[in-house]
Ligand binder design. Structure first.
Ligand SMILES: Nc1ncnc2c1ncn2[C@@H]1O[C@H](COP(=O)(O)OP(=O)(O)OP(=O)(O)O)[C@@H](O)[C@H]1O
Ligand SMILES: [Mg+2]
Length: 391
C-alpha cells in the first residue's frame, strides 16, 4: 500500500465487461472526486504487472475475468500484493462467493447493480482504512514478538551463565588445590593424573551443558534409559569433594536397578542444582547462632503405576516463605549476585517439562525442604518398542 500523496487515490479497476467498467468510471466521476486516479485493465495478469510498476491505493476486482475466476482471482491478487486493499465486484446472486472473498483477504465487496457512486466511494474509503488498521496491527504484533524474542535471549544468556558457572567454580577449585599441593611439595604424579582426569570430565560436562542449552532452543536432546546411580556418580564426581569439605554428607537410599528415561546430562544438571541449593542453604543457616551441626542431603525414590519419583531432602531450614510461589520463575534468588543468579530452579523446571515430568517441593517450616522430581514411566519421547520393554 503506498503512502498517500497529495490525497490522490490511485485505483486499479480490473473488469473485462466494458459496460460495467464504464459504469464504475462514471460513478467515480459523479462522486465529484477529481482526486481519484483510475487505471483500467481487463486481465488479472496485466493488473498484477501494473502493481509491480506502480503503487496503488486499492484494487477494484471483478471475480470473473478471462484469465481468472472466483476466489482464485482474490487469492492470486492477495498473494501478489498482500498489502493492497481489495474490493471485490460481484454479480447478483453471487454474494456467497463475495463473502468467501472477504474471508480470503479482500476488505469488502460490492454487488453490481446495487452500487451507486456514494456507496462506491464509501466502500473505497472504508477498505483503505480497514487495510491500514490491519497493517498497523500486524506491525505491532511483529514488534511484540521481537521483544519477546529478545527477552528469551536474555533468559537464555542468564541460563548459560548459571549453568557454566558451577562447573567453572569446581574447575578453579581443582586448580588452586593443585597449586597448593605443588607449593607444599605434596603433589604426586598419581594425584596430578587424578585431578587432570577430573578436569577432563568437567570440560566434557561443560560442553554437554552447551549442547543442552542449544537443545533448549532446538529440543534435540538424546533420551535414553539411565540408571540413577550412574547419574548420581557423575554429580558426586563433580561436587562430592566440595560438599564433604563443607561437612555435608550425601546419603542415598535408592534401589540398584532404579532407572529413568531421560537425557543423562540434563538430569545430572538438575540434581546438581538441587544439591548446590541445599548446600547454600546450610551455609546460610550456619550463620545463625543456634544452627544444628548435622548437614545431610538425603536422596530416595518411589515408584507407582505411572511414574518414577526422585526426592532430594535437606534439613537446611526450608525455602523462605516470601519466594515459595515464585522459585521456579527466572531470577528469583535470595543470594548475592555473585553467589546466585536465580536461574537454577527455573532451568530445573524447564528440563523436567522437557521430560514430560514435573518438579515440586514441600517445606517443613524451620526444618527443611524436600524436592520431588517426577518422571512419567512412558514419556512421549519413548518409542513404542521401549515402552514394551519397560512395561
Ligand atoms: N533447598 C533449599 N533450601 C532453602 N532455600 C532454597 C533451597 N533451594 C532453593 N532455595 C531458595 O530458592 C531461591 C532460588 O533458587 P535457584 O536455584 O533458582 O536460584 P539461586 O540458587 O539463588 O541461584 P542460582 O541457582 O542461579 O545460582 C534461592 O535463592 C533460595 O532462596
Ligand atoms: Mg540454585
Amino acid at each position: 500500500m503506498k503512502a498517500t500523496r497529495n490525497d490522490v487515490i490511485k485505483i486499479l479497476l480490473v473488469e473485462d465487461n466494458p459496460g460495467d467498467a464504464r459504469l464504475f468510471r462514471e460513478f467515480l466521476k459523479d462522486a465529484g472526486s477529481s482526486n481519484i486516479d483510475l487505471t483500467h485493465t481487463d486481465y488479472l495478469e496485466d493488473a498484477l504487472k501494473l502493481t509491480d510498476k506502480d503503487d496503488y491505493d486499492l484494487i477494484l476486482l471483478d471475480l470473473s475475468l478471462p484469465d481468472a475466476n472466483g476466489l482464485e482471482t482474490v487469492n492470486k491478487t492477495h498473494e501478489h500484493v498482500p498489502d493492497l486493499p481489495i474490493v471485490v465486484l460481484t454479480g447478483l446472486n453471487n454474494e456467497e462467493i463475495a463473502v468467501k472473498a472477504v474471508q480470503a483477504g479482500a476488505q469488502d465487496y460490492l454487488v453490481k447493480g446495487q452500487v451507486d457512486s456514494h456507496l462506491l466511494i464509501r466502500a473505497i474509503r472504508y477498505a483503505i482504512e480497514r487495510k491500514r488498521t490491519e497493517l498497523d496491527h500486524k506491525d505491532a504484533l511483529t514488534k511484540a514478538s521481537e521483544s519477546e524474542r529478545l527477552s528469551t535471549i536474555g533468559t537464555l544468556a542468564a541460563g548459560i551463565a548459571h549453568e557454566l558457572n558451577q562447573p567453572l567454580q569446581t574447575f578453579k577449585f581443582s586448580i588452586s588445590n593443585l597449586r597448593q599441593m605443588q607449593n607444599n611439595n605434596s603433589l604426586t604424579a598419581e594425584t596430578l593424573l587424578e585431578k587432570l582426569e577430573k578436569m577432563d570430565q568437567l570440560t566434557n560436562y561443560m560442553s554437554s551443558i552447551i549442547t543442552n542449552l542449544l537443545g533448549y532452543v532446538k529440543a534435540d536432546e538424546i533420551f535414553d534409559r539411565c540408571s540413577l546411580s550412574d547419574i548420581l556418580n557423575t554429580v558426586m564426581s563433580m561436587i562430592g569433594k566440595q560438599l564433604s569439605k563443607q561437612g555435608i554428607e550425601v546419603e542415598l537410599d535408592i534401589p540398584a536397578d532404579f532407572a529413568i528415561y531421560c537425557n543423562r546430562s540434563s538430569i545430572a544438571q538438575v540434581v546438581m542444582n538441587l544439591f548446590i541449593n541445599a548446600r547454600d542453604a546450610y551455609l546460610e543457616k550456619e550463620q545463625e547462632p543456634e544452627a544444628e551441626t548435622e548437614r545431610k542431603i538425603f536422596v530416595y525414590t518411589s515408584t507407582n503405576d505411572d511414574a518414577h519419583c526422585i526426592y532430594v531432602k535437606d534439613w537446611a531450614g526450608g525455602i523462605p516463605t516470601e519466594i515459595r510461589n515464585r522459585v521456579f520463575d527466572p531470577f528469583i534468588s535470595t543470594k548475592s549476585a555473585v553467589k546466585g543468579t536465580g536461574m537454577g530452579l527455573h532451568v530445573v523446571k524447564q528440563i523436567m517439562v522437557r521430560h514430560d515430568g514435573n518438579v515440586s517441593f514441600t517445606v517443613e517450616d524451620e526444618v527443611g525442604t524436600i524436592f520431588e522430581l517426577m518422571f512419567p514411566k512412558y514419556p512421549s519421547k519413548m518409542s513404542n518398542m521401549e515402552k514394551l520393554v519397560v512395561g
